[in-house]
Write a protein that binds this ligand. Structure first.
Ligand SMILES: [Zn+2]
Length: 111
């Protein structure tokens, strides 16, 4: 006999299996539902993670998040890629400036 799923059910955003609409946490994968979705899938969490360290890797959370609309996901994708590009360009300029300073400094000593 096959295990019956609840008559009134909603799919879990994490694993896609049917759970009860009142369930606070998925009974299969344990992910919080509704108000119990982890904070890092919300707007503040995604922005904080991107800026404070994850950079482009926060895109994984953006696209998995049940809290963001499809349009918001695209907006975040563009912003995160832009931010990543900005950081790479800034690091490159910093490296070029240090390099120039070192080379110029040594040349100043006749080396
Ligand atoms: Zn689940």
């Amino acid at each position: 006999m096959e295990l019956q799923e609840p008559a009134a059910s909603a799919p879990c955003w994490g694993c896609g299996r049917n759970i009860g609409p009142q369930d606070a946490y998925c009974r299969y994968c344990g992910k919080g539902q509704g108000d119990n979705v982890p904070w890092y899938y919300g707007h503040v969490g995604i922005i904080a993670m991107t800026v404070l360290g994850l950079g482009p890797f926060s895109l994984g959370y953006v696209w998995k998040s049940p809290r963001l609309s499809r349009a918001a996901k695209w907006v975040y994708t563009v912003l995160i890629l832009g931010f990543t590009w900005f950081m790479i360009a800034a690091l490159f300029r910093l490296w070029a400036a240090i390099n120039a300073a070192l080379t110029g400094g040594l040349a100043g000593y006749g080396l």
